[in-house]
Design a binder for this molecule. Structure first.
Ligand code: F6R
Ligand code: MG
Ligand code: MG
Length: 391
């Protein structure tokens, strides 16, 4: 029965199957901000737009949008060059490099060039500092896409919503009542500490998936595929700056691309898991657990209370012939700009104040192995002479 529906979900326009595949590349970095780690300078955003407009004119990319969340600057680019394309990655690298040199450093912005860990580009921005999420697919008759971007947290922060969106029938009604979703989804999960990956399928292996995803500092979802036909459904940025640099140099604030509707979860099912702000690692000094607050990218994306709380924005587009179609040009729909999310923000504020009441006590403060800042080695060294050996 469901096979018939899969056919129904296939592109309706004649010849659409022969079309070139479209890729969405999202590359983000913190290369400097105003008032500490608060928000990028407007000139940085304008410079990024100028460079991407030039790349659009040469035909390297088909369309773009520049966003910011907290102190991160993000480039959303569409093109036909596939994932991991060196020219696209070099473009993004050059944008961040130029912004650092021409805007952030001259204005003495805070943390200028912070996420650019190497001096020179070497074929792929992965491993050089910026976070990357890419998704290549054949356009359907109509292809709604959401890009989430979060600040003051890490890639494992997507584990909980991705599980709910693609595997939890209490979140996604379509898993129960839409025949096109009933075959489930395949999760590609990375162990970022051991650099291994495994593919597990929901619903059959959902307990195994949950067993891994519950440890977000180690396991992160990198991709999700529709089980019935292998169609890509979601892609997340998974590099961790800490591990790239060999030491903690900053939490790698993550991005996530999700396709919606007609055989994928609906937009509302994709947004639903953010209604109850769950706790994520990051926040102040990358060393605390805090609630992830869903915010409008126009009104609330700059952090404040205790350098947070961690926050997430959601940008919605249609993809048409390789281009981003927003509500006005490439301007995306601001999906958390709805009075509904005021309730979630209120809850996040309450949870944030509650967590802060614990000060530097775990679990409000992270386990020492996950902390970005720690004075513990110096403290241990200092007390070594005073301590007595027991037994
Ligand atoms: C966390 C973050 C901030 C800083 C904090 C201290 O990702 O960016 O919370 O860690 O403001 O920053 P420094 O050490 O630069 O004074
Ligand atoms: Mg910063
Ligand atoms: Mg940041």
């Amino acid at each position: 029965m469901h096979k018939i529906y899969i056919k129904m979900g296939a592109p309706e326009r004649p010849g659409v199957r022969d079309m070139v595949r479209t890729t969405i590349s999202v590359v983000k970095a913190d290369v400097g901000s105003v008032v500490g780690h608060h928000r990028p300078h407007q000139k940085m955003i304008e410079h990024a737009r100028k460079k991407l407009r030039e790349a659009e004119e040469t035909g390297l990319i088909k369309s773009f949008y520049v966003y910011s969340v907290g102190d991160d600057l993000g480039l959303v680019m569409t093109h036909h060059r596939g994932e991991e394309n060196p020219e696209i990655h070099e473009l993004a690298w050059n944008v961040f490099k130029e912004i650092t040199e021409k805007v952030a450093k001259p204005l003495k912005l805070y943390g200028a060039g912070q996420d650019l860990l190497r001096d020179a580009f070497s074929g792929n921005v992965r491993g050089l500092g910026p976070g990357v999420a890419e998704l290549e697919f054949e356009e359907r008759a109509s292809d709604p896409v959401i890009v989430f971007a979060a600040d003051k947290t890490e890639p494992g922060a997507w584990n909980l919503p991705l599980y709910k969106i693609f595997a939890d029938p209490f979140n996604t009604a379509g898993l129960v009542i839409d025949p096109r979703l009933r075959d489930g989804f395949v999760f590609e999960i990375l162990n970022v500490k051991e650099n291994t990956k495994v593919r597990l399928k929901a619903p059959e292996e959902s307990y195994d998936i949950l067993a891994l995803l519950g440890t977000p500092g180690t396991y992160c979802v990198s991709k999700v595929y529709r089980a019935s036909d292998g169609e890509p459904a979601a892609a997340a940025s998974v590099s961790r700056l800490s591990l790239i640099a060999g030491k903690y140099v900053g939490k790698d604030d993550p991005v996530l691309i999700v396709r919606a509707q007609s055989g994928f979860p609906a937009v509302g099912e994709i947004l639903a898991p953010f209604a109850v702000p769950y706790l994520v690692a990051g926040w102040m000094r990358g060393s605390h657990n805090g609630p992830l607050m869903p915010v409008s990218f126009k009104k609330g994306s700059a952090i404040s209370f205790f350098d947070g709380p961690p926050r997430v924005i959601a940008m919605g587009w249609q993809i048409a012939d390789g281009k981003l179609v927003g509500v006005d040009g490439t301007e995306p729909s601001d999906l958390f700009d709805d009075p509904f999310w005021d309730y979630s923000r209120q809850l996040a504020s309450q949870l944030a104040i509650y967590m802060r009441s614990m000060g530097e006590f775990m679990p409000a403060r992270l386990d020492p192995s996950e902390m970005e800042y720690t004075a513990l080695p110096q403290i241990l060294e200092k007390i070594r002479k005073k301590q007595e050996i027991l037994g």
